[in-house]
Design a binder for this molecule. Sequence first.
Ligand code: UT7
Length: 326
Amino acid sequence: MKQTKIISTGSYLPEKVLTNFDLEKIVDTTDEWITTRTGIKERHLAAENEATSDLVIKAAKIALERANLEAKDLDGIIVATITPDNTYPSTACWVEKGLGIKGIPVFDVSAACTGFVYALAIADSLIKTGTMKRILVAGAETLTKFTNWEDRSTCVLFGDGAGVVILEESDDESGILSTFWGADGNLGELLIQPAGGSKMPPTEETVKNKLHTVHMEGNKVFRWAVRYMQEAAEKALEKAGLTGEDIDLFIPHQANLRIIEQTVKYAKIDPKKTYIVIDKIANISAGTIPIALDMAVNEGKIKKGDILLFAAFGGGFTWGAATLRW
Ligand code: UT7
């Protein structure tokens, strides 16, 4: 069986930064509450004229240049997002257009914060089966465009940005060793954007009642997040014949520092080998893992042969993890 490896990464964070102190002026909150309850210090905000595809295109150009490739060398594009440019066409179609290419299959994946891990698992299968040779996988969000800035329990949590990886068939030991993914639709109501889809199409009422923004029962989500992040991490490790102690760098989805600390503890991963960027970027849903990966690469934190673990949990609920040798 062929093996799939990441040959390049790229990321883009919008210019505008909103700190916890800025938020203190908008809602009844404090830097102290946000920092101790979540680990977040600041987040990036997409500009009015910046859509999710714009962020992906910028990140994709970086990854292509680093790999010494042109967009025409890609066989497919997968964009994981829950904040697409439009309901249709897909954000991946706009990315294809923005990269100046046409003709290849491109599509979006909707799995909330687990979106990047889902997209990675799909791309891994497509390459392993020989269906495609080289795929660009992105995780990207403009969550602050779907935020209720009057709701302090959610507006402090999210940020915008895009991360991409380019995957191709491996020619050496490097590559994805295992993937694991799951979902439970029975728990969907706990983390939801209620309006805008076919269940509740947009009306004056839905806009007035801010039903096009994130609604979350944070406490309940927290408990499930800890359980499923840990389970996903353990299952992916087990499938690869590894334990938490084998991990050189753990890059988790970053919704809350306390969720990560508990995952690390239960999955027996060295906290010092966990890459944390939630303080700088907040929760970027599908964007978090590929952005953090690109930051870790840029900082020289990953060397050839290192064993990496990704794990995520998100709305749906969805969860997933992957192990790979760099
Ligand atoms: O991305 C994947 C899915 N998402 C997650 O995994 C997120 C999971 N949930 C969480 O991370 C946490 O539940 C939150 C960070 C969202 C909330 O933290 P918490 O420790 O669960 O707080 P809470 O919701 O239980 O609220 C505690 C108190 C409440 O006040 P009372 O009722 O105790 O007086 C809230 O009203 O904190 C209050 N509160 C705030 N206070 C200041 C809620 N938001 C804020 C705020 N600033 N921004």
